[in-house]
Design a binder for this molecule. Sequence first.
Ligand SMILES: [Zn+2]
Length: 159
Amino acid sequence: MEEKLFSIHHLVPRSRIPEEYIQRLNPINTRKKENNIHEAWHRVFLNLNPFEILVLFLTIIYPDIFISARIIVQWENIFSDSFILGEKRTVLPRESFSKKKYLLLRTIFGKKTSPLEIVEIIIRDWSPENYFYFVEIMDNKMNSVVHYSTQYKEKINKI
Ligand SMILES: [Zn+2]
C-alpha cells in the first residue's frame, strides 16, 4: 500500500499575515494536509485567503450555480472584509481559471462533491475556526449553507 505523505498548510497564507503575527497565529492557522491535495490546492488557489477563495467560487469558478450570498469575515484584528453576490469584485482574472484547474478541484474536493458542499468544506477544513463571522450562500436548487462564528452567536444572544 502506498504511504500517504503529509505537510503543514497555512490556512491563511503566511504571505498574507503581518510578519509579527505569524508565529502567534501558527497554532490556529495551520493544518496537516495530504501532500498531493496540498500541492493541488496551491496550484489552484495560489496564496489567496479563504475569503477570496469563496468569492472566487461565487464569481468565477461557478458563476451560474449560486443565486445569493453574503459573507463577512473578521479574523484576529488582522483581516476583515465582506462580500455580497452581485457586487463587482475581481479576485483573479477569469482567464486564469483554466480547464486544468477545474480538474484539480476534483483532486482537492473529490469527484462528486457539489459546489455548495465545496463551500462547506472550505469553511470547515480550509479556514481557521471562527475566521468567517457570517456566511449565507444559496444555490439555484434553493439549498443553502449558513455559518455563524462563535463571536456572532454570542452577539446575537446578547440582544
Ligand atoms: Zn499550504
